[in-house]
Design a protein around this ligand. Structure first.
Ligand SMILES: [Zn+2]
Ligand SMILES: [Zn+2]
Length: 217
């Protein structure tokens, strides 16, 4: 497979056993939010689409907030609050289900489109020894992206076997480090110094189980 732009991005984003697919989705999300705040917020058609979705999903609403931009938020949330106010006055909570399960979030769509194209590049990348070497040293697909990866390997058993082997080694190592954290929490061992790896592993394992795309709630 040709080493295209996405191949290189995924390759470069593998560091400290993170999920390269999550990392690229996050990078693109940041760029999309930046563009959105810069010039799309005044796009009436787009704002109507966002209003139809009742704003953004919880994950992306808070991510957008972290980007700053009081004016863009003032414009958007005037729409949202006006809509909420009208719906509230009807006093028909059943018609307000959109607030309980957000559908059609603009940024979820961006993330889903990205995911769909990055996972196959990961699979293709596994036919390249350099790519596998990089994954082995610094990458680890999260559980959701591993699942999608394995789904794409139906006719590529050697690639599935390879990633299972690598991931298994990494999981076992993680479990061993977690076991040390548990042991060092025992009062008899509380004087023992924690390694940097132990200090961080309990957080790292959360990202292995829970992807950072914001798609899966
Ligand atoms: Zn991931
Ligand atoms: Zn979303």
């Amino acid at each position: 497979m040709a080493r295209d732009f996405v191949w290189h991005e995924l390759y470069d984003l593998m560091e400290e056993d993170n999920c390269p697919v999550c990392a690229l989705i996050d990078k693109r999300l940041h760029q999309a939010m930046d563009r959105f705040l810069f010039d799309s917020v005044n796009d009436r058609g787009l704002r109507k689409k966002i209003a139809e979705a009742h704003g953004f999903c919880n994950f992306h609403a808070h991510r957008l907030k972290e980007m700053g931009d009081p004016l863009a938020h003032a414009i958007l949330y005037t729409d949202f609050l006006t809509q909420l106010s009208a719906e509230m006055r009807l006093n028909k909570p059943k018609k307000m289900n959109a607030y309980l399960a957000k559908q059609g979030c603009l940024f979820c769509e961006t993330a889903a489109t990205g995911e769909k194209s990055y996972v196959p590049v990961m699979v293709e990348g596994f036919a390249d020894a350099d790519f596998v070497k990089k994954y082995e040293s610094s990458g680890l697909l999260c559980a959701a992206h591993l699942t999608q990866f394995l789904e794409k390997c139906k006719w590529k058993p050697a690639i599935a076997k390879k990633i299972i082997e690598i991931n298994e080694k990494k999981y076992q190592h993680m479990i061993a480090v977690l076991s040390e954290i548990k042991r060092k929490n025992d009062y008899q061992n509380q004087h023992e110094v924690w390694t940097d790896e132990e200090k961080n592993m309990w957080k790292k394992v959360v990202s292995v189980m829970n992807d950072l795309s914001g798609i899966r709630k």
